[in-house]
Design a binder for this molecule. Structure first.
Ligand SMILES: NC(=O)c1ccc[n+]([C@@H]2O[C@H](COP(=O)([O-])OP(=O)(O)OC[C@H]3O[C@@H](n4cnc5c(N)ncnc54)[C@H](OP(=O)(O)O)[C@@H]3O)[C@@H](O)[C@H]2O)c1
Length: 159
C-alpha cells in the first residue's frame, strides 16, 4: 500500500495558522477531493478539529495521543499512533492511504511516505504551521501540472 502525502503549500512553506487555513482555493479543494475520494485519509487531531466534520466518501482516521479522545462521528476511526493507522489500511486492502496533515503529522511522516502530491500555491503566506523541507535528493518529480493559482507536483521517493 502506498502512503501518499497530500498538501497545499505556499511559496514560503506555510500551510496554516493556529488551526486555520490561510487561503480558500475551490480548484485545489476539487483536486484534493478527486485525488483522495474512496481512500483512507489520515490526519492529526488538530486538522480534524479544524475541518469540524469527517470528509465524505473516505475512511477518516484521526491520530491523537489522548487515549480518551472521542468525536460525535461514529464512522471516524481514532488511533494513538501512525503504525496502527497504516496497518488498518493494509488490512482493509487499500491500494493507497493519504496523509492529509497538518504540520506536525507531515513532519513525522515525510520520511515514511512513498509519494507526495503537493499543490504549490503561487502566493506567500504568514502563519505558524509549515510543511517540512522537501529534500530534492530524495524525491523525483513524476508530473507537474499548472492549475493557474497553483502547480501540482507529484513526487515519488527516489530508490
Ligand atoms: N495546507 C494544507 O495542505 C493543510 C493540510 C492540513 C492541515 N493544514 C493546517 O495545518 C494546521 C494544523 O496542523 P498542526 O501541526 O497544528 O496539527 P496536526 O498535525 O493537524 O495535529 C497535531 C495533533 O496530532 C496528534 N499527533 C501528532 N503526532 C502524533 C503521534 N505521533 N502520535 C499520536 N498523536 C499524534 C496530536 O494530537 P493530540 O494533541 O490530541 O494528542 C497533535 O496535537 C491547521 O492550520 C490546518 O489548517 C493545512
Amino acid at each position: 500500500m502506498k502512503k501518499i502525502i497530500i498538501a497545499a503549500v505556499s511559496q514560503n512553506g506555510i500551510i496554516g495558522d493556529s488551526g486555520e487555513m490561510l487561503w480558500h482555493s475551490k480548484e485545489d479543494f476539487q483536486h484534493f477531493k478527486r485525488t483522495t475520494m474512496g481512500f483512507p485519509v489520515i490526519m492529526g487531531r488538530k486538522t480534524f478539529e479544524s475541518m469540524k466534520k469527517p470528509l465524505n466518501g473516505r475512511l477518516n482516521i484521526i491520530i491523537t495521543r489522548n487515549s480518551n479522545y472521542s468525536t460525535d462521528f461514529p464512522e471516524v476511526i481514532i488511533f494513538n499512533d501512525f503504525t496502527q493507522a497504516f496497518e488498518l489500511c493494509e488490512e482493509k486492502k487499500y491500494e493507497k492511504a493519504f496523509i492529509i496533515g497538518g504540520g506536525e503529522v507531515y513532519k513525522q511522516t515525510i520520511n515514511q511516505a512513498d509519494e507526495m502530491i503537493i499543490s504549490h500555491m503561487k502566493l506567500t503566506a504568514e502563519g505558524n504551521t509549515s510543511f517540512p523541507e522537501i529534500d530534492k535528493q530524495k524525491w523525483e518529480i513524476l508530473s507537474e501540472t499548472d492549475m493557474g493559482a497553483f502547480v501540482v507536483i507529484h513526487y515519488v521517493r527516489c530508490n
